[in-house]
Write a protein that binds this ligand. Structure first.
Ligand code: IPE
Ligand code: IPE
Ligand code: MG
Length: 233
């Protein structure tokens, strides 16, 4: 982890997660194919990842593909997988140069073997980074919790602590802020456990339009929140 905690820009937030939603609607509004919306979505990811280091945010987690997204038409799933291949190829060197440490959460090892290979290589090459970019791929919160509970049971007692220790996010800082774009107000199976005491923010911006300024605005709003964790002052 970097020395991000408590910087002015993050207002003490160490871990921000984003449900990147609205690529399809962005394209539809312009009469463009959904694939173009997804392409522009990748550009929004690139812009944001570039902002993470100067902002000194310890960890950014992005929901890229849910375990339910397999229900989409095959063409669209193929487009998304191909964009992933392209993105790793084009941006890996920049991640390394910018001290980005890649983490993948979800059941990513059951993706296509060539993608798994590329991801393994990317994890290895970025292992010395200081700012974490966690990408949720083939991720579902319920299945993550079930897998973690199974492992906890194999090792003895099931408690919140033993489950938490087996979650895919076990080496990431606690989740401070969860943002969803595109105006939908639901979690869609994202970070269900981790969201227990996270601050939530739902913004109307469609993902391809999301800029580092939007993240900064969300962090500035976060700074105004009073987190009580069930207690009182
Ligand atoms: C988010 O955009 C990208 C993924 C879920 C992979 P959508 O494709 O869900 O866009 P909308 O919600 O249809 O606008
Ligand atoms: C959530 O968005 C998944 C990702 C952003 C990767 P969806 O667009 O799949 O969610 P629903 O179907 O509207 O709940
Ligand atoms: Mg959507």
């Amino acid at each position: 982890m970097g020395e991000g905690s408590g910087t002015d820009q993050t207002h003490g937030a160490r871990h921000v997660a984003i449900i990147m939603d609205g690529n399809g609607r962005w394209a539809k509004k312009r009469g463009l194919p959904r694939a173009i919306g997804h392409q522009r979505g990748v550009e929004a990811v690139r812009r944001l990842v570039r902002a993470v280091e100067p902002m000194k945010l310890d960890c950014l987690t992005l929901y890229a593909f849910s375990s339910e997204n397999w229900k989409r038409p095959e063409d669209e799933v193929d487009d998304l997988m191909n964009l992933m291949r392209k993105f790793i190829k084009s941006d890996l060197a920049e991640f390394v140069a910018n001290n980005v440490k890649l983490r993948i959460i979800g059941d990513w090892q059951s993706l296509a073997p060539d993608i798994v290979g590329m991801l393994e290589d990317a994890l290895e090459q970025t292992s010395h980074g200081t700012q974490t970019l966690a990408v949720a791929l083939n991720y579902g919160g319920q299945s993550e919790i079930a897998r973690a509970a199974t492992k906890a049971a194999e090792r003895g007692q099931i408690t919140p602590e033993t489950i938490e220790a087996q979650l895919d996010t076990n080496d990431l800082p606690p989740l401070d802020l969860l943002i969803r774009t595109s105006g939908e107000v639901r979690l869609s199976n994202f970070l269900l456990w981790q969201a227990a005491y996270a601050e939530m923010m739902f913004v109307d911006t469609l993902w391809p339009d999301f800029k580092p300024e939007h993240l900064q605005a969300a962090l500035d709003d976060f700074a105004q929140r009073e987190r009580r964790y069930g207690g009182r002052k």
